[in-house]
Design a protein around this ligand. Structure first.
Ligand SMILES: NC(=O)c1ccc[n+]([C@@H]2O[C@H](COP(=O)([O-])OP(=O)(O)OC[C@H]3O[C@@H](n4cnc5c(N)ncnc54)[C@H](OP(=O)(O)O)[C@@H]3O)[C@@H](O)[C@H]2O)c1
Length: 272
């Protein structure tokens, strides 16, 4: 299998490249800037303009499309870029385009999710054989978000929002299994082993980091917040991932001392 990974330098893309190689795929890695390790054949690809598409798809059997621009021009990259990719994949007679998407995007009014939904429709409306797997938020994404907050003396957070984080490697494993010339259409979604409130996740992170910042409940009166609070981003009946937040924090190496439960009560100063 010659397999193209778009977004190969991202959180998911990096996990995909090594796993696809281990599974025997000839991997072509695509992104705008080259990967740091240089272990895969790399092509420069900009989905916002389409530059590099024909060369990226030459001789490709399957594509795992992990490129995304959540904080950039999402429409140009995730929607129109996916359309460009699918047109080029049709020309190259690709046998399966595998697309990671996100649980709950049809129920959560958030512009990035609206663009992800539009990208799913682009894929489903095309003639290219495809596989779509929706997953919940990655542990890595949650930790990155807390890293951004971690220097603040107080952590204001929408503590009641609920998510079901999953290890990116476990999502990559399922996508690698799906990256064969046997498209599955829409797969059952996958989530991590546990649903947590953002407050509980923050307290677990704080303990693992050995920090003592108060977590303060930040009320956000929006429909997006209410959808997360009501569990629309979770799929508890599809708790396929096995690595818990607490296990992931410990394995990530920054855990200090004896970790307490991620759902523990934390510091007395908390207002969650
Ligand atoms: N993060 C999560 O919690 C989560 C959960 C479920 C599903 N997903 C889905 O999984 C996929 C991967 O997410 P991720 O978190 O791994 O993303 P990420 O870490 O932000 O990586 C994004 C990748 O896209 C590339 N990219 C950005 N703009 C591009 C452009 N114009 N043309 C070509 N490549 C471009 C980036 O490389 P360059 O900047 O070098 O081009 C990078 O390799 C996405 O579809 C996302 O919706 C994510």
């Amino acid at each position: 299998m010659q397999t193209l990974v778009t977004g190969a330098t991202g959180t998911l893309g990096t996990a995909l490249v090594s796993r696809l190689q281990a599974a025997g795929h000839e991997v072509r890695a695509a992104s705008r800037s080259p990967p740091a390790d240089g272990t895969a054949d790399w092509v420069e690809l900009d989905l916002a303009s389409g530059d590099g598409l024909p060369a990226a798809l030459e001789g490709v059997d399957a594509v795992v499309h992990a490129a995304t621009a959540p904080t950039g021009d999402t429409k140009a990259v995730d929607v129109e870029g996916t359309r460009r990719l699918l047109e080029a994949a049709a020309d190259a007679a690709v046998e399966n385009v595998v697309y990671p998407s996100i649980v709950g995007i049809e129920s959560i009014p958030y512009s990035y999710y609206e663009h992800k939904l539009a990208a799913e429709r682009v894929i489903e409306d095309s003639d290219v054989p495809h596989t779509i797997l929706r997953a919940t938020q990655f542990h890595e994404f949650v930790a990155d978000s807390f890293d951004t907050l971690s220097k603040l003396p107080v952590w204001p957070l929408p503590t009641e929002m609920r998510i079901q984080p999953v290890a990116v490697g476990e999502v990559a494993d399922v996508l690698v299994e799906a990256a064969v010339p046997d498209p599955r259409g829409r797969m059952a979604p996958m989530g991590g082993p546990e649903v947590h409130s953002v407050g509980a996740l923050a307290r677990g992170y704080r303990t693992a980091k050995g920090l003592r910042r108060p977590v303060v409940r930040l009320p956000i009166p929006t429909a997006t917040f209410r959808a997360f609070r009501d569990g629309e981003a979770t799929c508890p009946d599809r708790a396929v991932g096995t690595v818990t937040w607490q296990e992931w924090l410990q394995a990530d190496g920054f855990s200090s001392g004896t970790p307490t439960s991620a759902s523990g009560s934390g510091s007395p100063a908390d207002t969650t």
